[in-house]
Design a protein around this ligand. Structure first.
Ligand code: ADP
Ligand code: NI
Length: 216
């Protein structure tokens, strides 16, 4: 199974690269996104190998995590070529990972292949639900943001710089991104999965604010 071997080699490389990441983009985020992408590919009829490969490398070129995106992209190309991925498949994967990032909603104009849609959905599902809450709190702590401040307003229609800048709290991020994801899923299967995860986010916020006010 050549494809299994390639996926294993890429997984080993990515695990080594991301294992120490402390802002919610660690190796286990990659494992979850790969699993979801595989499941979505099966249900939606996408190319499972391309989806899993793109899921494995998708955060290696993230502008939050690497200083030089161009250099990071070249490294991913070298990696895929080295482990024997065909040139046209490498191109597909590189196109996907450059287009799927949320970036404050500033990338919504990009047209994605079915595999791109699947990996984007998988990445976005991992920003929702119980895992989404945990990642947001981890990211906030990592960036010295507080949990909640009733005086900090929710921002809308941000540029990428504003989105990445250090204003805001963990709770404002729910309104600035997490609660918007349900309506941004590309595939039917992900739309269905997003419903339960979205409901959990809403229930979490209800409980959070009830406790904040000392109601329960
Ligand atoms: P992407 O990596 O797709 O561009 P994000 O930059 O929003 O998306 O990062 C992914 C996850 O990191 C989010 O789902 C969230 O859990 C966390 N995160 C990102 N930005 C913030 C933020 N400003 N406050 C709290 N958590 C954040
Ligand atoms: Ni991701």
């Amino acid at each position: 199974m050549k494809e299994e071997k390639i996926l294993q080699e890429v997984a080993t490389y990515v695990e080594r690269k991301l294992s120490g990441e402390g802002s919610g983009h660690d190796w286990w985020h990659i494992v979850r996104v790969r699993k979801l992408a595989e499941k979505l590919a099966l249900a939606e009829g996408g190319d499972s190998f391309i989806c899993q490969l793109a899921a494995l490398v998708h955060d290696l070129v993230d502008d939050k995590l690497v200083a030089d995106e161009g250099l990071a992209l070249a490294e991913v190309r070298d990696l895929l070529t080295r482990v024997g991925v065909a040139a046209n498949q490498t191109d597909q994967v590189l196109t996907i990972i450059q287009s799927i990032s949320y970036k404050g909603g500033n990338q919504n104009h990009l047209v994605l292949s079915l595999e791109g849609q699947i990996v984007q959905d998988a990445d976005r599902l991992d920003a929702m639900g119980a895992i989404g809450v945990a990642r947001t709190m981890a990211y906030s702590g990592h960036h010295q943001r507080i949990i909640h401040d009733p005086e900090v307003a929710v921002r809308q229609n941000m540029t990428l710089d504003q989105y990445r800048s250090h204003q805001g709290t963990a709770i404002t991020h729910f309104y600035e991104k997490l609660l918007l994801l349900k309506d941004l899923m590309n595939t039917k299967t992900a739309q269905e999965l997003a419903k339960g995860r979205h409901a959990f986010l809403e229930a979490y916020l209800d409980q959070f604010f009830a406790e904040w006010d000392g109601q329960c």
